[in-house]
Design a protein around this ligand. Structure first.
Ligand SMILES: C[S@@+](CC[C@H](N)C(=O)[O-])C[C@H]1O[C@@H](n2cnc3c(N)ncnc32)[C@H](O)[C@@H]1O
Length: 333
């Protein structure tokens, strides 16, 4: 392999361009960690994925604050992570649970604490989301190849075609489905995931596309290897929690109607969740929740610690005009 140029740094790792072994014009990327070359991403023009990663020396895990989620998600906690982190306690041997995973912002920020197999459990009732995580964890190379193909063809018409294919299950290939999911998330309006009553993804196309970063996906894939991924309801996900485990519940918020799935999350569901949180607290688990700051939620958790924080609202399409919305971080002593 012939190194052509040293092209700079990415989160502390140096990049190089190199000539692709099977494609005389192709240029791909490799990353050097310490003294050895470790990751090699695909050749851009031909999207060759024959041997995209050389894993003789996997990348060291990223530091906490550097790791972002791999998709945008309504209710995602990326901007609140600094307020959540001080409450997280993970003694040796404890497992981190995120039973309403979504984009799993807190999980990704917790690294490298949760990077060994069995360190974390992520669950969500959104089947497509969990399948995407499985594919990114287990078949990353094919996911990246499919995703890059979709991105290079991006246009408004192409977005609508992919959305139709997605909703009609035009393909059963799980790596292509995962790529479609990531592409639609990156190209849709506001990075939203919303479905109609039939469960069809119905978000319109956005004004720009967020291009994927293969290195970021690679790092996420490595981190997901430490997680047990469950497509399940939060009760099932937390069934085996033991004393000392840490559980972060981030449910659909009270008083909001966000179509994460066609079922919704009612007041009765909020009450059942509070009951579940109490059971786990009494079992000796450490429990933290996020929810809207409403009288109903304050009443449900009246014997818990309530910390009010604010986040930018999402209702105004002009991001600078969004008012800050209060919400609660709910913990116990
Ligand atoms: C507020 S979002 C979680 C956001 C996440 N913490 C993040 O950082 O992106 C709520 C998630 O709960 C999921 N969900 C809804 N009802 C659920 C249930 N009964 N059990 C598990 N997950 C559920 C939704 O699919 C959605 O992904």
């Amino acid at each position: 392999m012939r190194i052509l140029t040293n092209t700079g740094k990415y989160r502390g790792y140096r990049y190089f361009k190199y000539r692709h072994p099977h494609h005389p014009i192709g240029v791909g990327w490799i990353v050097r960690s310490n003294t050895r070359y470790s990751v090699l991403v695909m050749c851009r023009p031909c999207l060759h994925v024959g041997r995209p990663f050389i894993l003789d020396n996997p990348l060291p895990l990223v530091q906490r604050s550097d790791m972002r989620p791999i998709l945008k998600w309504v209710g995602g906690k990326q901007r609140l992570v600094s307020r959540l982190l001080p409450h997280v306690r993970l003694p040796p041997g404890a497992t981190y649970y995120e039973p309403f995973a979504g984009a799993a912002a807190l999980f990704f920020h917790l690294q490298p604490e949760c990077s060994a197999p069995g360190d974390a459990v992520l669950g969500d009732t959104n089947h497509h989301l969990m399948c995407m995580y499985w594919a990114v964890r287990n078949s990353l190379v094919q996911v990246i190849a499919n995703l890059k193909r979709l991105e290079t063809q991006h246009s408004v018409e192409h977005y609508h075609e992919v959305r139709r294919d997605w909703n009609t299950w035009a393909t059963q290939d799980e790596t292509l489905r995962a790529a479609q999911f990531l592409y639609l998330n990156a190209a849709c309006f506001n990075g939203m995931y919303r479905v109609n009553r039939d469960g069809d993804f119905n978000v319109p196309v956005g004004t720009k596309i967020r291009l994927s970063d293969p290195l970021h996906l690679y790092q996420a894939s490595q981190l997901l290897k430490g997680a047990d991924l469950k497509h399940s309801d939060y009760v099932t996900t937390t069934r085996n929690c033991e004393s000392g485990d840490f559980i972060y519940f981030d449910p659909p918020y009270h008083g909001t109607a966000i179509g994460y799935n066609s079922d919704g999350f009612s007041d009765a569901d909020q009450q059942t969740l509070a009951h579940r949180a109490n059971i786990l607290r009494n079992r000796g688990c450490r429990v933290m929740l996020s929810n809207s700051d409403t009288p109903f939620i304050r009443d449900l958790y009246s014997d818990w610690n309530l910390e009010m924080v604010t986040r930018p609202g999402t209702m105004n399409s002009n991001t600078t005009k969004r008012q800050r919305v209060p919400e609660l971080i709910i913990t116990h002593k």
